[in-house]
Write a new protein. Structure first.
Length: 82
């Protein structure tokens, strides 16, 4: 599972054998969340969240939104269309 980005202690992962629509898994010591990217223009959408409290999930979403172009590009490299 390639880590494509790090946000502090969090790893942002796109699985090579994953399904559409474009999304990322955010994995940390306290939980995991999945965000739809809605490429190429967003907005990101929280699909599921385990272990992260709402304020932390919201902060993660903001951090990911700042890197949306990179995330969409990485998804496209692995999977083609969004």
């Amino acid at each position: 599972m390639p880590t494509i980005l790090r946000i502090g202690k969090l790893r942002v992962v796109i699985y090579p054998n994953d399904h559409r629509p474009a999304h990322v898994h955010v994995i940390g010591p306290d939980g995991e969340a999945v965000f739809f990217l809605n490429c190429p223009d967003g907005p990101l959408e929280l699909r599921e969240c385990y272990g992260f409290k709402s304020p932390e999930a919201a902060r993660i979403q903001v951090d990911l939104a700042r890197k949306l172009a990179i995330l969409c590009n990485e998804w496209s490299k692995l999977h083609g269309n969004y």
